[in-house]
Design a protein around this ligand. Structure first.
Ligand code: NOJ
Ligand code: CA
Length: 564
């Protein structure tokens, strides 16, 4: 039986003394709060501007907490809002323990946090661990002389044969080494030269960075999204990376990042960072660019003692909705042993509305994809604007590009501005985001694609998200049930059961542009029933649906409940 489920919300956010308080289950299955939570990523520059300077801010976010609560969000991940020269729009941090004035103050942060807590929502910060800004006092000190007390906090090396120490290229273009003329040595940066890599082999760096997390835990944050976690360590011998054929979008040689990413030492740091997180009932989410599930598995840790939530980006690699491909990926992630994390878009990736869309059925496909990843076993991380079907709005002229990689790589690489445009709240000028000049142009789609409009349309993408999240919070089967693939040879329709004790939710997703008539025999799964009770559908609705003939229009969704 599908029944209302009152989640036992443990709002013990804050400090759990020095005792490990890793296990504060919220249900009989021993699940933790982050396993029942829906996460929502906010790019603060683009969410809501409270002071009309054209840049979103913390007070703007606070003004939208009721919207997020009613959407069904439980935890907000804020991308960096620390003081920063903004070369990489906040991913170049010059002070880890403050808020950049363009986003507000620490008092604004505390208020946001308290207001979120009042509504039963948590705040997760972005932890930019691999590098600081070159304007961080640590780096300013480090580069001041070869004998600086902070010299060894970064990666300084002599050149080789009057050139860079080795062939490593920055993922943001050019060599990963920059010569500092004053001291005659090179410093290493996996990203921009303004983002020098910290030296994680230095225990003082580790202590200082771990203290940063303690400082925010004491302020009440419920965890961190760990930026670029693959890149923390580099080969001690600085061996050259293998060179592949061809050039990348920046004109640099293609390389395998063999000696500067995913080194085993990363896992030692994660294990220790997890111990600190556990003292605070906090979650660690990793930006883990794993190529397959075996790599993903490593980030959970051999004893589930590293990241609770390494992000699985494999869904973002699927361009066209495909039952076979999703089936394969879901089964693989499900078998990894950890708690799955599903992501379909973020501030570095072309928006899912465009990526999965076929240009004719994008609305239906957006609802279909939401119905997929919000009903799987695991935690979803949404990206702002996804819930209204925001599309990418890429710059059309190089001179309009804000993201430096877009200027460097133009026209092959247009940068990430397109997926970072302001949130579309209503159809007033600038979509209600600001009364000033927005830092990035608002997508012209805002006249129809906006929160206010979609709230009034029962069939909108927004209302599908709201209904899905409501179901998810109320259904034991969706929260705790296992995943059982159905009709595995069907090339057009992806179907599965989420099964918990005597109840199960049936999810049926037509991933084709043709109508499909499907049937199910659920007796082998313990449900010898002939019909399902409809919970949510984008097909014509009826309360009961026959399991021998379930008719689905192109890209339609059917979600129903079955019982024994
Ligand atoms: C990953 C972040 O998501 C991206 O936006 C940033 O540019 C790099 N890490 C560098 O911090
Ligand atoms: Ca502002």
């Amino acid at each position: 039986m599908f029944r209302k489920f009152a989640a036992l919300v443990v709002l013990a956010a804050g400090v759990c003394s020095t005792v490990r308080c890793q296990t504060q289950p919220v249900d009989a299955e021993g699940h933790q709060w982050w396993q029942h939570a829906v996460f929502y990523e906010i790019y603060p520059r683009s969410f809501m501007d409270s002071n009309n300077d054209g840049i979103g801010d913390l007070n703007g976010i606070a003004s939208k907490l009721d919207y997020l609560k009613s959407l069904g969000v439980d935890a907000i991940w804020l991308t960096p809002c620390y003081p920063s020269p903004q070369v990489d729009f906040g991913y170049d941090v010059s002070d880890y323990e403050n808020i950049d004035p363009m986003y507000g103050t620490l008092a604004d942060f505390d208020r946001l946090q308290q207001e979120a807590k009042k509504r039963g929502m948590r705040i997760i910060m972005d932890f930019v661990m691999n590098h600081s800004s070159d304007q961080h006092p640590w780096f300013i000190d480090s580069r001041s002389s070869r004998t600086s007390a902070k010299r060894d906090w970064y990666m300084w090396h002599d050149g080789k044969d009057s050139a860079e120490p080795n062939n490593w290229v920055s993922t943001f273009g050019g060599s990963a080494w920059t010569l500092d003329f004053k001291t005659g040595q090179y410093f290493y940066h996996y990203f921009y030269p303004q983002q020098p890599d910290l030296n994680w082999r230095n225990p003082a760096v580790k202590d200082a960075m771990f203290d940063v997390t303690r400082w925010w835990y004491k302020r009440g944050v419920a965890g961190f999204r760990l930026d670029a976690v693959d890149t923390l360590f580099e080969d001690r011998q600085l061996r050259n990376n293998p060179v592949l054929s061809g050039l990348n979008k920046f004109g640099d040689p293609n390389e395998t990042d063999l000696y500067n990413t995913k080194l085993p030492e990363v896992h030692d740091v994660l294990r220790d960072l997890r111990k600190v997180a556990d003292e605070h009932n906090a979650v660690l989410i990793g930006e883990t660019w794993t190529k397959d599930v075996s790599e993903l598995k490593q980030y959970y840790g051999d004893h589930s003692d590293e990241l609770q939530m390494p992000m699985d980006f494999l869904f973002t690699k699927v361009d066209k909705v495909s039952p076979a491909e999703f089936r394969r990926q879901i089964a693989a992630v499900d078998s990894a042993g950890g708690w799955p994390v599903f992501v379909v878009s973020n501030h570095d990736i072309v928006r899912s509305y465009v990526r999965y869309g076929d240009a004719r059925n994008n609305q239906a496909i957006a609802k279909l994809m939401a119905s997929l990843y919000l009903t799987l076993r695991g935690t979803p991380i949404m990206y702002y604007g996804e819930e209204i079907g925001m599309q990418n709005t890429d710059p059309v002229r190089k001179e309009d590009v804000k993201d430096p990689i877009g200027r460097l790589g133009w026209p092959l690489e247009k940068g990430r501005d397109g997926e970072r445009t302001p949130m579309q709240w209503d159809d007033s000028p600038n979509a209600g985001f600001t009364r000033g000049t927005p830092w990035l142009p608002v997508s012209p789609s805002y006249r129809t694609v906006n929160v206010s409009n979609e709230l009034n349309d029962p069939a909108s993408i927004l209302n599908v998200y709201r209904n899905l999240l409501q179901l998810r919070h109320q259904s034991r089967a969706l929260l705790d049930g296992d995943y059982v693939a159905l009709n595995e040879n069907d090339p057009n329709v992806l179907s599965y059961l989420r099964r918990y004790k005597d109840e199960a939710v049936l999810v049926v997703l037509n991933m084709s542009s043709n109508p499909q008539d499907v049937s199910f025999d659920l007796a082998p799964q313990g449900f010898p029933t002939k019909s399902a009770r409809t919970l949510l559908t984008t097909a014509p609705a009826s309360k009961e649906s026959s399991l021998s003939h379930l008719l689905l229009q192109p890209f339609a969704v059917y979600i129903g409940t079955v019982s024994k």
